[in-house]
Design a protein around this ligand. Structure first.
Ligand code: HSE
Length: 320
């Protein structure tokens, strides 16, 4: 390619950052998985000047000041540890609607740090990137949690055994189909956390521990029945599900047409269901469509798979 005088190729990448399902029903704040679809698209460039410039190409009216923007906050955390002056430009095209329960804010933070790390020659590990991206979650919901961030970076199913210190365990999983319905109402994560009780009854904690361990064992052994039995939440779901119209019906009917189980995706309002095969996943989608059409609530559905790579980076050419 011939460049004209004064033109140069800007060091730029395109990043695809996946939607994620946090909690996986019983694992509040400690389990998550990445989806093949939907994915946010971002263009990240090394800038000639220090600092961060953010632009949103979507219509969501999200803040663009770096400190208030989730991608900006994550990049600021990364730049603080880079110890050399550096700057980035980020253009974000969100395909994951904010407030959907599909890890929209995490996708922006993840995409920004994965793209920036690539442009710097990958000085940071995946664990480092999770640490930086969690600053974005703090901006979004007031609390650092990694159950959307970690699967967005590692792909697949991840266990966050601890965030301080960070201890992320990628969990092997058998083939799974994931059906998601996103009723078009907004539930803010901060609000959905606010309504939770601060104390847990010991008998409920025991049930929940059994389910988390059962889900881990089921995923690792490829035991679909055990996965299904373990998708039970006696602590968070009873409180949060009242925010989601049609939740009980979607869950009951999805299981009756072959889903292994499922529940609230992250803090909602999306609902996800896991299935062993595609036919069941499609039948679940029909159930979801039927419920929301009857309720007269706008909705969007996805039938998708586990995303095993997390966010991916493609070199991209911008000539200036
Ligand atoms: N674990 C978080 C919550 C995920 O449920 O509040 C938010 O997406």
């Amino acid at each position: 390619m011939n460049l004209h005088k004064g033109q140069h190729i800007k060091q730029t990448v395109k990043v695809f950052a996946p939607a994620t399902v946090a909690n996986l029903v019983c694992g509040f704040d400690i389990l998550g998985l990445a989806l093949e679809h939907p994915q946010d698209e971002m263009i990240v460039s090394l800038s000639g000047q220090t600092g961060i410039r953010i632009e949103h190409l979507d219509a969501y009216d999200l803040p663009t000041e770096p400190e208030k923007n989730v991608a900006g906050a994550a990049l600021l955390a990364m730049m603080e540890e880079y110890h050399e002056p550096v700057g980035f430009e980020v253009s974000i095209q969100k395909m994951i609607k904010p407030g959907s329960g599909l890890g929209s804010s995490a996708a922006s933070s993840v995409g920004a740090v994965v793209g920036a790390n690539y442009l710097l020659g990958n000085p940071f590990s995946k664990d480092d990137l999770v640490r930086f991206a969690m600053f974005g979650e703090k901006v979004a919901s007031g609390v650092k949690h990694a159950d959307n961030i970690a699967p967005g970076i590692f792909g697949g199913v991840t266990l966050i055994r601890s965030i301080f210190p960070l201890d992320i365990v990628p969990v092997p999983a058998p083939q799974l189909f994931i059906t998601v319905v996103h009723p078009q109402i907004e539930v803010k994560t901060a609000d959905a956390r606010q309504i939770l009780r601060k104390e847990v009854l010991l008998k409920n904690a025991i049930k929940q521990w059994g389910n988390i361990a059962g889900l881990m064992a089921g995923l690792m052994k490829g035991d679909y029945d055990l996965i299904g039995r373990s998708l039970e939440d006696v602590i968070i779901e009873p409180v949060r599900s009242i925010l989601i119209p049609g939740f009980d019906e979607v869950k009951k009917q999805s299981i009756s047409v072959g889903a292994l189980g499922g529940g609230i995706s992250g803090s909602g309002p999306s609902i996800f269901m896991l299935s062993k095969g595609q036919a069941a996943a499609r039948a679940v989608e029909e159930v979801m469509i039927d419920v929301y059409q009857r309720l007269g609530v706008e909705y969007k559905t996805y039938v998708t798979n586990l995303n095993h790579q997390g966010a991916i980076v493609e070199p991209y050419k911008i000539i200036e």
